[in-house]
Every structure is written in C-alpha cells, then in structure tokens.
Design a protein around this ligand. Structure first.
Ligand SMILES: [Zn+2]
Length: 348
C-alpha cells in the first residue's frame, strides 16, 4: 500500500511515485548550494512538468530577466543563443543609432557575455543637425515624400543601412522614389561608420501574466520550503495557488513593480536574487505578501492572499523571511524580513 500526498499547487491527492523534485528558484536562473529544492512529496510531477514547459520555458529567452540571465547567471549560457522579442526589445537611443532595433546574442568572448547585432534596416535622414535617421525594414519603407527628399538634399549621408546588401536595397529605393535624378546613395552601413560603437539603448519590456506566475511560484515555493507544507495548504492561499497553476486571476490579488532591489535587504552583491515573504503596510493594514528581485534589477511585490484583519506589528517578525541567492559564489543567505516599501500600483 503506497502512501498518498497532496500537491501544494493542484491540491490533488496522489501516490508518492507521482511526485518529484521542484527547485525553489527555477534552475534556468542559477544553481545554488544544497540544491534548495522541495522534495518531500510537495509538488506533483504533473504540476512540475507544466511549470517548466508552459511557464518557465516561455520566459527563458524572452523577457527582461532572460537578458539579465545572459549577462549574470552563475554559469554562462552557450554561445549564439538569441533573445526573443515578445517581452523585450532593445532599441538604439542616441544619434545615428537612435531607432535601430538590436538582437541580443550570447557571446562568451565578450566581457558582458552578450553582443548586439543590428537588425537589417534602411535609415532615411530625419535630422541633419542631430544626425538622426528614421529606420525601416525593407518591407516597411514608405514611399518618399517631398519633405524626405528636401531633408535628403541637405545631408551628405541621406541614406544609410544596417547590413542590407546593395542588390536587395537599390531596387527598393528606386521603387519607393528615393533614388531619382542626381540623388545617389552611399553603400556605407552604420557599422562601417562606427567600428566600435558605444551608445545607449532604450529597453522596452512588458511584464505579462507568464512572468508574474514565475515570480509568484518562486515565492510560494520558498514559503513552502521555509514554513512547511501544512502552512501553504491553508485555504487563505487558494487565490495565489490558482493563479500560479491555472493562470486564473482574482481581484483579491495584486502585483507591483519597482526598479532595483528591495530597500531593506543587504544584498551580497549587485546581481543577487532576493526571494521572500513579509508584511507590506497599506492603508493602516499589514498585508502578507511576496517579494522577488531578479539579479538585483527589478522587484516584484504581490499579495499572497487574504489576510483578514489588521495584524499587530509585534507578530510580524515570526512569519517573515527572505533569502539572497548569490549568482557569483552560489551561496544563499537567509534572514528575517520586516517589511518593504515601494512599487507602483499595476492591476491586472
Ligand atoms: Zn500538482
């Protein structure tokens, strides 16, 4: 007769062979001392599989965190992995580079572990004074209008490209009316002009429910790791549980974000993860909430479920904890957390 256990996510009772190991912090974010896993029949195989394929797998190369992971993970990623662009876009933000979208590729020979490759674009001069261009993909290049032609006349470098060959570029320029009469164009590309460019980029990112669920799961795993399974099986956590496992949002939940790490944490270094649960002051009440910072950069704060009435501050210390995951030496430091501030409202 096999012993049966309840899974903390789907709440189904299953035989012990239907459970396996769940890493508190997804392995893709780093590997740490002593494993830091839930392995006492806490998360069933079915939930574990679902999380790795449907949630973590989707952000692994497609999120702001994926970009950080390429640069700061304890073990470098293999060469030539490309960042996808559904949740993050990097776009040049200065001078001639302003408006050029870049692909981020892992590169072990670079001190930053990544290199930036400009996407093939054609640039039409926009401001002669600032040396700024409007960049288009070849397919999206609009027909030339009079204003564009006037600006081109005043520039010594009216048309520029980021790696499109002449045989592809020229017919399109003629077709769209950019090469008429005496207007020729230089075949120079942006990279010919600036061999070792240094410039700022703007990062456009979106935080979608998939990313939020990865964060919520990491904190909920940690809550189970440190407070035990019975604690997290309490029905007060059913809303966050359903959101993590099934993506069902409840109005009892909320998420907020802030730049940088949590202010009350002593970070072991600049690129540590912080995972914790603590009390968050709001409207004179203390809300039990989760908090997670990836690579010291962006902090997610969210409620972990209904808290009932006002909680006395005296009780706060016994049920709060946070852990810093050091991405350089793989150590983990755990400490009490009191409360956190910051973050701006962002409802689902
Ligand atoms: Zn399960």
């Amino acid at each position: 007769m096999m012993t049966e256990y309840k899974c903390i996510y789907c709440l189904q009772t299953k035989e012990e062979t239907e459970f396996n190991r769940e890493h508190v912090v997804p392995q893709m974010m780093g590997k740490y001392q002593n494993g830091f896993v839930l392995n006492d029949f806490q998360v069933c195989k079915e939930c574990n599989d679902y999380f790795s394929k449907q949630i973590e797998g989707k952000i692994a190369l497609d999120s702001f965190e994926a970009f950080l992971r390429m640069q700061y993970r304890d073990t470098p990623m293999s060469d030539g992995r490309k960042l996808n662009k559904n949740r993050i876009r990097l776009i040049g933000d200065e001078g001639i580079f302003k408006g050029i979208p870049f692909t981020v590729i892992t590169d072990i020979s670079s001190p930053y572990r990544v290199r930036f490759e400009s996407e093939p674009m054609v640039g039409i001069i926009n401001s002669v004074e600032k040396c700024e261009y409007d960049y288009y993909s070849l397919e999206e290049l609009p027909y030339a209008d009079e204003e564009a032609i006037e600006r081109m006349k005043k520039s010594t470098q009216p048309i520029i490209n980021t790696g499109i060959g002449r045989e592809r570029l020229e017919p399109v320029l003629i077709d769209k009316g950019y090469l008429i009469g005496e207007y020729a164009y230089s075949e120079k590309s942006v990279l010919d002009l600036y061999e070792e460019p240094e410039f700022t980029t703007a990062i456009k990112m979106s935080i979608d429910p998939i990313m939020r669920r990865v964060c919520a799961k990491t904190v909920f795993n940690y809550l189970c790791y440190s407070k035990g399974k019975e604690f997290v099986l309490n029905s007060r956590f059913n809303e966050i549980r359903k959101y993590i496992r099934y993506g069902e949002w409840s109005d009892d939940l909320w998420f907020r974000y802030s730049k940088g790490p949590v202010s009350t944490v002593n970070m072991p270094n600049n690129t540590a993860h912080v995972v914790g649960y603590m009390w968050y002051p709001e409207n004179g009440q203390w809300i039990f909430c989760g908090c997670l910072t990836w690579f010291g950069e962006l902090t997610y704060i969210f409620s972990l479920g209904k808290t009932g009435n006002k909680v006395q501050k005296l009780n706060v210390l016994d049920s709060t904890k946070m852990a810093c995951f050091n991405n350089v030496n793989r150590t983990i430091i755990e400490d009490d957390a009191v409360h956190i501030y910051g973050g701006r409202p962002n409802s689902e």
